[in-house]
Structure formats: C-alpha cells, structure tokens
Ligand binder design. Structure first.
Ligand code: C5P
Length: 225
C-alpha cells in the first residue's frame, strides 16, 4: 500500500444529512453528524487524491485540501454529486440522504390554527443518488455506498449492494447510540465480488482507510487519464 496510492485520482465524498424543507423555518432531517464523510475526505487528501466533498448540513471544519461543495436538500446533493462524479474515479456516498421529502413547500411559515387540527404532512420520494450512480457508472469507476441497518445486517447489506449497483457497501449496525455523532465506528464492507471485510470498532479514520484500501485495489487495474 503506497502512501500516495490515490495520487492523480479524483474522488467524490458525500457527507452529513440532507434537510427537506417544509417552510422557510422548518425541515425534516436526520442525526448524521458528517464525521465519517469528513474522515473519508481527510484520509483521501492524505493519500494524494483530489477530493470533492459534497457536504450537507455538517457543522465541521472544512478538511484542508478538499474542495467543499455545501448543499442542503437531497435534490441539491444529487445535482452536486452527479456533476462532480462525471470525471471522478470513485464516489463514496457517506451522507444520510432523506428517502422522502414533503410533497409541498409552503412559502411562508405554517401557522397553527387556534383550536384546529394540525395538517398532515404528505411525503414524496426523493431520487436515489447512489442507485443512479450505480446504474450510470463507467467500468473504471468505483461506487461505494453506506447502509445503516438495525437487524439482519449482512443479508440486508447484500441485497442493498445488488439493488443499488455499487462496488462496495459499508454496512453499519446503528441504533442504541452505536454510530451517529460518535468518533468511532464498526462495519463490514461488502464487495460486489462477494468479499466481506470486517472493520472492528475504532476511529472513523480507520474505517475510512479500509474503504480507500479497497477502492485503490479496485482502481489499480485502470490507468488514470
Ligand atoms: O437505502 P438506504 O437509504 O439505506 O441507502 C443508503 C445509501 O444510499 C447511502 O450510501 C446513501 O448515501 C445513499 N442514498 C442516496 N440517495 C437516497 C437515499 C440513500 O444516495 N435518496
């Protein structure tokens, strides 16, 4: 494993959690801190890559040497990721992307009607960015997804890897404060080739380095242009 094994490569990392607006002051969001995605960006810079970090609502300092593209919603993230992915050697979707968004956005703050019932929130599906990347990827491109599972972690992970068409899927067990906002993580990285790499609990940088090891091995056969 060379120290600069990602030199000359362009990698795209998404991080954080998308926010889906209901009105100018409210949104549906999630608990992703962005720590894992930022660790991926930092380690990729350290290994010599040109890094585009598409960051959704993470309150973290910009990683030195990475190009940071801030986004808010899933649809904004899709635009930014697909644009950056065009010339990318690898794309790692570490962000928690909202599966659904409110069907309508109300231009002014939603008021409570005195004595009235709250209006229901109707949801519509967001685009699945990872599935789109998987379906559209060049043969020389490596696409990596993350999956947070609470049960049947491996079986669900295998199914998701296939459905999303990615090369690698990092499967985390979540719940009971296992991952979100913590500096450490534990995971199994599943490969489309049937491989499974166990990453014991440790700093999010350690998991990031394992991901880049696996990415670099898959890029190895392809010359950069
Ligand atoms: O289906 P699920 O949300 O568990 O998939 C998680 C993976 O898919 C993550 O890599 C996440 O970044 C990505 N994703 C996406 N677009 C969505 C939902 C998830 O790219 N709308």
């Amino acid at each position: 494993l060379g120290l600069f094994d990602l030199a000359g490569r362009h990698v795209v990392v998404s991080a954080g959690g998308t926010r889906e607006a209901l009105d100018p002051v409210r949104f549906l969001g999630n608990r992703s801190s962005g720590l894992q995605g930022y660790a991926l960006a930092r380690t990729a810079v350290a290994r010599g890559a040109r890094v585009t970090l598409v960051s959704a609502n993470a309150s973290l300092p910009d990683p030195a040497g990475a190009h940071v593209v801030p986004v808010g919603s899933a649809r904004e993230m899709r635009e930014a990721v697909l644009a950056a992915a065009e010339d990318a050697d690898a794309v790692v979707m570490a962000a928690a992307v909202a599966d659904f968004r409110p069907a309508e956005y109300v231009d002014s703050k939603i008021k409570k009607v005195p004595g009235g019932e709250p209006a229901p929130i109707r949801l519509v599906k967001n685009p699945d960015i990872l599935a789109e990347l998987g379906a559209g990827k060049r043969p020389d491109q490596v696409v990596v997804g993350f999956a947070a599972e609470t049960d049947d972690v491996l079986a669900n992970g295998r199914e998701k890897l296939k459905r999303k068409g990615c090369d690698l899927l990092v499967v985390n067990e979540v719940g009971a404060d296992l991952t979100f906002g913590r500096p450490d993580n534990a995971a199994v990285v599943l490969g489309a080739d049937g491989s499974a790499t166990d990453v014991p609990r440790g700093p999010k940088e350690d998991l990031a380095d394992v991901v880049w090891d696996l990415v670099a091995a898959r890029l190895g056969g392809h010359d950069r242009d």
